[in-house]
Design a protein around this ligand. Sequence first.
Ligand code: NAD
Length: 596
Amino acid sequence: MSTIHKVSNIPKVSKLLLVRHGQSEWNSIGKLQGQYDSPLTELGREQAGAIANELTSLCSGQNIKIYSSPLSRAHETATIAAQALGLKQSDVQIDQRLNDYNLGQFSGKFGWRVLQEDHPDLEYLRLNKPLEFQPPDGELGINFEARLRDFITSLPDNDTTTLIVSHGVVNKYIRSILRKLTGDQVIALSEGQDTIYQLDRVGDDYIEKEIRVLNSPDVAPTKKVHVSLGERSYDVVVGTGLLNSLQEHLGELINGRRVAIISDNTVLEKYLDSLKPQLDELTPTWHVYKVPEGEQAKAFSTVETLLHEMLDDDIDRRCVVIAFGGGVVGDVAGLAASLLHRGIEFIQIPTTLMSQVDSAVGGKNGINTRHGKNLVGSFLQPKIVLNDVDTLNSLPLSELRSGYGEILKYALLGGEEQFSWVEQYVDAIIARYAPKMIEAIRMGSEVKANIVSEDELDKGKRAYVNLGHTFAHAFEAHAGYGSFPHGHAVGVGVIAACKLSELLGVCENGLTNRVENHVQAAGMPTSLKDLSAITEWNGVSLHQYMLNDKKTFNGNIHFVLLKGVGQPFSQADVPLEKIYDALRYVGANVNGCVPL
Ligand code: NAD
């Protein structure tokens, strides 16, 4: 078989550049949504522009020929590249073979497998929306190699740099085949990975090295939101690389004081090593306290253990507590900090999307009791909230989507500008594209900060942050907490709240559809059946759970509803049949439910 790959059989391509468009994960999500031959999105165009700039420096002074797959988004990238290289449109040749040889499709399928190795939680996506594919077996791999070889040998044998723009083309597998076929003549450029690879021959072997990491076309500047609460005011900082610049953000605040870090196992395993030198720079003494993971950690016993451990270490009132983790860590650490010596200073470094956009802002903390969730707690505003979006890269996709439920909520509470922005960028946010992620978290924090600034102690307007939650909590309680991520229930809950608003005639018809489309675009469940196929979604039971909600007073459920995007209000005395109709809309069985 080795003769197939003889380098001498390959024409003298002076250089072969392979370019892909769009972000791999993002594209795959697009595929799941059936947008196989989609045009470039705005983000894809920005990326193609950055690639085009890169090509001009890689190819200056060379003869260039561009081959593009017929897919619209590949052709768009090729055209943008041609313009940057000063070529004519006729220098871009659509080559049907790039489709017929199944180059993209094959590598896309292969890419899926690689993606799933990196992100095992993508399995979740596939379960919800089955994607038909078989991982390539050996035979298919060899055929694929032959097809690719066929393509390369057909290229003009001259001193021309060949640029191939195709979908899914630049993955490690393809690069490895090309290295067999063309030796050191390949430069593979993948904007999805923001990296240019060069395949170099070393003796009989080849090495693949990164030659450049592209600057993001859309730089990701750090953004700030000010939470205005008089002497308890503070900033929410959102950006990349913040964990590596603790001194810059926390130096003045900590000023050498002793620090108590509260976190959980997963977060410590992933990030403590890189945090250590930063902490050493900040303070001569820091301690780490580990709390158990998950919702069950929000218990009296956790707080009691934590307080004893901190007192054992003489954590005094001049020390600073840092909550480093998701919402659970934040809630437990916040409560402990508010109790220790009747309150010591507290910093939030949240590491989940949910905690970055929601729970770390606003100063509420809490634990669960046998009477319900978050029934015991206090208010303690942090001194700063430091949101490093890089930490979200290690978050399972289902947790990411759960956090997205809160972004959706804040965009709807914020207004038309905020909601149409998330509609435009939902795919980029779910693909964890840092610039858009930063803006989404900034936007959510700002909406929450404005609400909290007006109603810190939750006596009125702050109830708006419960949009969709009266429904969502009932869904969770009925199915059993932990049956699905909280934010997924919020997504369906928000749809139900919009429907209820429409049914009551307080908002225009069409809002529910719009929100539903958006929830779907985020890859989140839009109905109760999608949330859990095994649960009997009985309307009477769901209504009972709503009656137990903490926003129910004297048997009267207080719903947060919308008069339109950005116009929330609270309403009690909602007729039961309307509640049932809203529940029916999201898939509850309300047959035989008799209004009381
Ligand atoms: P979580 O804190 O349970 O975290 C989810 C999981 O992700 C945990 O296993 C955690 O170890 C892991 N994790 C955290 N960061 C990670 C990272 N960067 N990479 C990989 N894994 C990581 O869940 P959550 O959604 O962050 O928070 C939910 C909690 O927040 C609930 O208890 C809810 O009541 C609370 N909450 C509080 C407020 C508030 O205002 N206080 C508001 C909303 C929600």
